[in-house]
Design a protein around this ligand. Sequence first.
Ligand code: NAP
Length: 331
Amino acid sequence: MKEYAFNMHKLPVGVLGASGYAGQELCALADRHPHFELVFAAAHSRAGESLRLPGREIVMVSADSVALGDASVIFSALPHGASASWVIKAQQSGAKVVDLSADLRPGQPEVAIPDLDAPYGLPELNRDAIRTAQVVANPGCYPTATLLGLLPLVTRELLLPGAPVVVDAASGVTGAGNAPRPDLLFGEVTEDFRAYGVGNSHRHLYEMRATLDACGADLDLLFTPHLLPVARGILATITVTLREPLTDPLALFRTHYAVEPFVEIANAPPRLREVQHRNVARIFVTPIAHARRPMLQIFVAIDNLVKGAAGQAIQNANLLCDFDETAGLPL
Ligand SMILES: NC(=O)c1ccc[n+]([C@@H]2O[C@H](COP(=O)([O-])OP(=O)(O)OC[C@H]3O[C@@H](n4cnc5c(N)ncnc54)[C@H](OP(=O)(O)O)[C@@H]3O)[C@@H](O)[C@H]2O)c1
């Protein structure tokens, strides 16, 4: 594929769910990708409307009218529940598929496509499996932030077994998609701040638990999301208890992510404006003072639409196609 793209043509790609927030971001990234050519952008109720991309305008088509076989890679940015059936059709057309919905992610209460082996598309954890897959389950936005914050500790078995891991995370309103909802009106959201999915009930817990379980973690994950009155960005604050004190946790995180192009270890708690419109996770970690046990606080900031959705999907597509993993992605 690398040769094909470099020497002959760009690789044709299509986006399902192009009118949504994640789909629009995907179309923009795919359209200026050095090795991809956007051959269709399909919408549902908004088929026929135009979509403004940097430098040009395209018309979104109905998914039913699309020849899926025209694309070598298909991104499904459809709501969970609606996505799986399109993933099957896209796969049957011969395309490689990146599914941004929760349908194929690990730990879901219902298996959407039995017998499909779709690796969880967190490249910092699963890069080798992604390279050889036909279908990849792109992670959720909160799980991307949470897991990247925990992996350096979990994979080294540094957490106190059985101790709770507390994740307080806040997301901008694009995390909820762009279908109209009264509770997401400007007047309801602006100058306010509230928790939702309380009582450890958010659906992202499934994939986080399943991934941490697969890494051998023995912990209670306590996750509380909040709605932040900004358009985009997630900040997760994670509190953990260690088996033993760590002399330099920041150095450990720097070592763990030394070769990762999309993880930055910061010297201070990250800010949303440092990650917006970028395909990066920016992380800071510090010991917690005045606690009876050795504890750490980890802060992770991402752009929910880029590293938390469309950017990570392009990163996965680059791996599927054997391109440079950073191709077409905003660092
Ligand atoms: N937003 C984020 O930060 C984020 C992050 C990570 C993952 N995701 C995942 O990415 C997917 C898209 O999220 P989003 O935020 O972009 O949602 P969204 O803004 O609500 O967009 C949903 C898209 O799906 C289409 N659609 C809606 N119902 C459909 C149906 N029954 N059949 C076919 N198409 C349908 C919509 O088309 P019309 O508008 O034309 O009707 C639209 O293009 C979701 O699975 C979400 O969980 C989102």
